[in-house]
Design a protein around this ligand. Structure first.
Ligand SMILES: *Cc1c(COP(=O)(O)O)cnc(C)c1O
Length: 396
């Protein structure tokens, strides 16, 4: 293994004594991000004012930052752009893909997809007279038939961690004349994504999970180069115009992926993300994947050997799993609150799932051991059985 994961760990500012297994929801803060944002505020925003768009390169930042993400998802330079939230990017990608298959009206997805993706597709279907067809995750391949316009799939299931076979599903979709939109929310920075190799058509993802860009950091969108100049953005914002500062009243899309920009980029958030991506410079995705499998396998083995009350909710085969592990327990919410009280932070997903994300950049086998020990004690001694652990907070 070439990647030095003890070095990447030092790049994060984690509170003392915390085992953080929730980077699949919000990555921790890289030390460099705080410093870079402070500098951007005092040296750029404060001193350059409006000239920062040119002088500090804020205008081209969405593309520069995107090129760094391209490497992490197996895409090429100039093929990705940043901006907006993931839900918006899902809308853009699915609508553009659908428009490239005008004679078909079915968008196919699965019940393991994240609700926001399905809501967005429902709204789009209503607007453009399409049909959203939702099947069980195991049935996706068989459901790709000749009436499908777009296959909209989240590669790694947010609850179970089940990983779809991007290459195989894309091949089947293409055989049937459909296009694919891959949501990489739980893949980017977690597994070895290879978009070009899989021959995918569109992809989107967020950056505040395994990429550690900070709460609400902007999303990304990728279009395969064969579609980049044909894809029509439905959100025709001025920043995606070929010449925004001509203030032309008629919209003309920019060349390539730039047309998927919408409005003014969130420069402060992009600056934090840019700094967070520094941590990835010396990380090989092959090493990342190998370490992730080592951690999740050790965690599953430890929990199953010590906690008979919980049931594995993730695929047992690591090749069919992302970088997270779910276990079911009837009192999962209270159990997770008890764990968090012991500074072992995972999260709860309704109705009964304890979810643990493993990020090799800052998690090691010591975290696995602490989490196994903590969960073992909480279940054995029923430490979860307290009134205050049952009270649900707004964000779970
Ligand atoms: C986290 C996540 C989202 C969240 O979308 P936002 O617009 O960033 O709030 C959407 N889809 C999937 C698959 C996710 O995992």
């Amino acid at each position: 293994m070439m990647t030095d994961f003890s070095k990447t760990r030092q790049a994060f500012d984690l509170p003392d004594g915390v085992t953080y297994l929730d980077g699949n929801s919000l990555g921790p803060m890289p030390v460099g991000a705080a410093q870079r944002v402070a500098r951007m505020m005092t040296e750029e925003w404060s001193q350059m004012l409006i000239t920062g768009w040119n002088k500090a390169g804020w205008y081209t930042q969405p593309r520069r930052v995107a090129d760094r993400i391209a490497r992490l998802v197996g895409a090429g330079p100039g093929q990705v752009v940043m901006g907006d939230t993931l839900s918006i990017k899902v809308f853009q990608a699915v609508s553009a893909a659908r428009a490239l298959r005008p004679d078909r009206r079915v968008i196919l997805s699965d019940r393991g997809n994240f609700p926001s993706d399905l809501y967005v597709a429902q709204g789009l279907a209503r607007a453009v007279d399409a049909e959203l067809r939702v099947v069980e995750p195991e049935e996706v391949e068989a459901a790709i038939t000749k009436d499908i316009a777009v296959l909209m799939i989240t590669e790694v299931d947010y609850r179970t961690g089940r990983r779809h076979d991007m290459k195989a599903l894309t091949r089947k979709a293409h055989e049937m004349g459909a296009l694919t939109v891959w949501d990489l929310a739980h893949s980017a920075g977690a597994v070895d994504v290879a978009l070009l190799d899989a021959d995918a058509d569109f992809a989107v993802g967020c950056t505040y999970k395994y990429l550690n860009g900070g709460p609400g950091s902007p999303a990304f969108i990728w279009t395969h180069p064969r579609h980049a100049d044909a894809a029509q953005p439905i959100l025709q914002g001025w920043m995606g115009h070929r010449a925004p500062f001509d203030f032309d009243l008629a919209y003309q899309p920019a060349a390539g992926i730039e047309r998927m920009r919408v409005g003014t980029p969130p420069v402060i958030a992009l600056t934090a993300l840019d700094a967070a991506l520094d941590v990835w410079d010396d990380v090989s995705l092959t090493d990342l994947r190998a370490r992730s499998i080592e951690l999740t396998q050790a965690f599953i083995a430890g929990v199953e050997a010590n906690c008979p009350e919980v049931v594995l909710h993730s695929p047992r085969d690591p090749q069919q799993r992302g970088s997270q592990v779910g276990f079911r327990h009837p009192q999962a919410y209270a159990v997770m609150q008890a764990l968090i009280d012991q500074k072992i932070i995972g999260d709860f997903r309704a109705p009964d799932v304890l979810r643990f994300g493993f990020a090799p950049l800052y998690n090691g086998l010591d975290d696995v051991a602490r989490a196994v020990d903590g969960l073992t004690r909480i279940l054995r001694d029923r430490l979860w059985d307290r009134e205050d652990y049952m009270q649900r907070a707004d964000v779970t």
